[in-house]
Design a protein around this ligand. Structure first.
Ligand code: SAM
Length: 254
């Protein structure tokens, strides 16, 4: 087991395209959240992992390397979707350059996959388009779809949440990037009504935005609670969700 020495900086961007989102603070924060929760993830041993909106492939490649290197016997299967076909090409090249594989699908969130994957996904990661924009920019072809989130930046997020609920297995975990403007405490309450607990794994402020990486898991998933001493604190964080801006588990810059 390689352990602590593993660094995300090992991901090389071998390919790019003007219409594909390049890894940025939000991508780094999402991977840092996976690393911060690595001990739990390794115990969790997810069998099916899905990234929605893979862009350059930075996140799915990081995840596949993390699980493969640290659990050599892991039989995890990786899938990634994007609505941008150029993103799938770039992701394919990023994965191949690092010797890992994922099934890549051109899809709106996970459309076309739900019959096959309903209730089977153990780990889902999403860095969605979260920037508040005019509604007509949402889902536009090309790079604008990477950030355009419509009113409060919630148009795509609010479609991802029910999809996640359908796809996640009974022990499934979701890690999702949000912006303070997305009203993350309300997102946690929404998911709470579907039976999910939540906690902020990473919170990060940049010059432009305040980001949170939130982990959701089914409340009855005692494995999550048992394997993570921080989860207890997480439950406290959840109960304080309305005070999000004041909870700064800030981890510094990438
Ligand atoms: C903020 S970028 C994140 C890219 C990459 N995951 C990362 O963290 O660097 C959002 C990605 O989601 C994709 N996307 C936007 N709307 C989508 C949808 N409805 N279904 C699937 N992918 C979508 C965009 O094309 C873009 O690649």
């Amino acid at each position: 087991m390689e352990g602590i020495g593993w660094k995300t900086a090992q991901i090389r961007l071998v390919s790019s395209h003007p219409e594909v989102y390049e890894p940025c603070d939000d991508s780094f924060a999402l991977v840092d959240a996976l690393l911060a929760d690595r001990t739990n993830l390794l115990l969790h041993r997810p069998a099916i992992c899905l990234e929605v909106g893979c862009g350059s492939g930075y996140v799915i490649t990081s995840l596949a390397l993390m699980l493969r290197r640290q659990i050599p016997s892991s039989a995890a299967y990786f899938l990634a979707t994007d609505i941008n076909p150029h993103a799938l090409s770039v992701t394919g090249e990023t994965l191949a350059a690092h010797g890992v594989e994922a099934e890549l699908l051109l899809a709106d969130i996970a459309s076309g996959l739900e019959d096959r994957l309903a209730g089977k996904v153990d780990l889902m990661v999403v860095n969605p388009p979260y920037v508040p924009t005019p509604e007509d920019e949402v889902g536009a072809p090309g790079i604008a779809a990477a950030w355009a989130g419509g009113e409060n930046g919630r148009r795509v997020i609010d479609r991802i949440l029910p999809a996640a609920d359908r796809l996640l297995s009974s022990r499934g975990w979701l890690y999702m990037v949000t912006l303070t403007a997305n009203d993350p405490s309300q997102i946690c309450r929404l998911m709470g009504r579907k039976g999910y607990a939540s906690r902020i794994v990473v919170q990060r402020s940049t010059e432009e935005e305040n980001l949170q990486i939130i982990k959701f898991w089914r409340d009855a998933d005692e494995e999550s609670a048992a394997s993570s001493p921080t989860t207890i604190a997480g439950r406290v964080i959840e109960s304080l969700a309305s005070h999000l801006p004041r909870l700064s588990s800030f981890r510094g810059t990438h």
